[in-house]
Design a binder for this molecule. Sequence first.
Ligand SMILES: Nc1ncnc2c1ncn2[C@@H]1O[C@H](COP(=O)(O)OP(=O)(O)O)[C@@H](O)[C@H]1O
Ligand SMILES: [Mg+2]
Length: 232
Amino acid sequence: MNALEIMNANKTFGGLAVLQDVSLSVEVGERRAIIGPNGAGKTTLFNVISGTLPLNSGKISLFGKRSEHLSPYRRARAGLARTFQQNNLFFNLTLLENIHLAILPHLTQSSPQKFLETWGWWEKRDIHVKELSYGDQRQVELLLALAQFPRLLLLDEPTAGMSSVETQKITSMIRNLSREITVLIIEHDMEVVFDLADRITVLNYGQVLFEGSQEEVRSDQRVKEVYLGTTD
Ligand SMILES: Nc1ncnc2c1ncn2[C@@H]1O[C@H](COP(=O)(O)OP(=O)(O)O)[C@@H](O)[C@H]1O
Ligand SMILES: [Mg+2]
């Protein structure tokens, strides 16, 4: 059984085909990077996986269960959590209050205090999220997703706009996640991609241009031309 299976997914906006016949299988425990130029359809892919956008056609299975007709809420119940390209936090609440809201349906698995202690954030519990640095806010966003105890985690450009120190922090956080969590990560920083990903899928104009291991991606001529921008 795969964590995620997408079969022949199509999504259009008006006349624009944003996802064209996309098929994708991600194994349980895998770290899969989704790369591709701006506008390739990467965020749209996450939106159709999480159910915030309906597909025009195609099938999606989460942990072996057909899910393309399920609401975002039902998909979250099936173990799906995500972070967004922009921060998606309650800025006027404290860190503890934010975690409390996320963890509420999962209190059998942890408590806000235990969770924040585990991740080394308990000391900062009373800080209002708006007072945190941008880099810390992006980490808290990841924490909020983890507080839902997901089985499948979708991360949309988690290092965007971060300094190299902040990028290293969030990268090691992701690297150290339990393999019980399957991770899909949209990422532009190829160092982060090659650090984290088991396999890489390249999207281009809404189509899967290439999928393979790191070595295969590094040596594929089409990927070099379209994405890495070199022809050597
Ligand atoms: N809600 C929407 N309505 C209309 N067009 C959209 C919408 N969301 C995305 N698009 C368009 O779909 C294409 C893919 O966007 P997106 O999935 O955000 O790409 P990426 O995340 O790879 O940069 C772009 O041309 C974008 O303008
Ligand atoms: Mg995007």
